[in-house]
Design a binder for this molecule. Structure first.
Ligand code: ADP
Length: 246
């Protein structure tokens, strides 16, 4: 198993079709529970990649591998140049009843840089303000997380990821449970971030989000069933399997 990082080459420009993340023959899972099997795939720079697949197909596990939380058991994981990824947790995984304000939640994005409970530097504050503004939640900065709508809370969590100042944002079902309007808002924000040079990788059950992504990775039972243009990956038979009624 190898994990490799490219050294900065001094070039500030992203190449259009360069992979920000490349997996080669990658396997990973949990003790006694192999999940991902021999995955070879890439996630293109400054683009939105949607991870789609039925429940249990390994989408979250793949995000965990790229986030560095789950160690691959075989294969290679290769990162293009850039800072470590920022992981945006699932909305449901974040305690809505924690007595945290929006600003405090976004400030937690700086802990990885600064360590928890340290005083924020001017640079930290600038990163937090920038992220609050970018996600349009600056005017909610003093509100409690628990008072917000699902869409607002999701924007705060993305702002927390953005405050880490990574160019690689990993999201686990950011639009699940949101109404169509809130979903579109999140999708538009993610598209805008990609246009600004952030590589977006999102696990999603949202067909509109998957269709509007630049690329799809379709997982089935821990294997890569297809990858490429959403129009080609999301075939009728793939959709029938993915979006069958419960
Ligand atoms: P998806 O995100 O596509 O729903 P997951 O990556 O969450 O799929 O899960 C893939 C498989 O790994 C499932 O069978 C799931 O039960 C199993 N799994 C997920 N998390 C753990 C864990 N912490 N320990 C053991 N097995 C897990």
């Amino acid at each position: 198993m190898k994990i490799m990082f490219n050294k900065p080459s001094g070039s500030a420009h992203h190449r259009d079709d360069a992979p920000r993340v490349r997996l080669t023959g990658l396997s990973a899972g949990y003790p006694g529970r192999p999940v991902l099997r021999q995955l070879t795939a890439s996630m293109v720079e400054s683009a939105v990649t949607a991870l789609v697949g039925p429940n249990g197909s390994g989408k979250s596990t793949l995000l965990g591998v790229v986030a560095g939380v789950i160690r691959p058991t075989a294969g290679e994981l290769h990162f293009g140049e850039g800072p470590p990824p920022a992981f945006v947790p699932q909305r449901g995984a974040v305690g809505d009843r924690l007595p945290l304000t929006v600003r405090q939640t976004v400030e937690m994005g700086r802990w990885g840089v600064r360590g928890p409970w340290r005083r924020l530097t001017r640079e930290d504050r600038a990163a937090v303000e920038g992220a609050l503004d970018r996600l349009g939640v600056g005017d909610l900065a003093h509100r409690q997380l628990g008072e917000l709508s699902g869409g607002q809370r999701q924007r705060v969590l993305i702002a927390q990821g953005l405050a880490q100042e990574s160019d690689l944002l990993l999201l686990d079902e950011p639009t699940t449970g949101l109404d169509p309007r809130a979903r579109r808002v999140i999708q538009t924000l993610l598209d805008g971030l990609a246009a600004d040079g952030v590589t977006i990788v999102q696990a999603t059950h949202d067909l509109d989000a998957a269709r509007s992504a630049d690329a799809c990775l379709l997982l089935r039972d821990g294997r890569l069933a297809a990858q490429g243009d959403p129009g080609e990956v999301l075939t009728t038979s793939a959709l029938a399997e993915l979006w069958q009624p419960l």
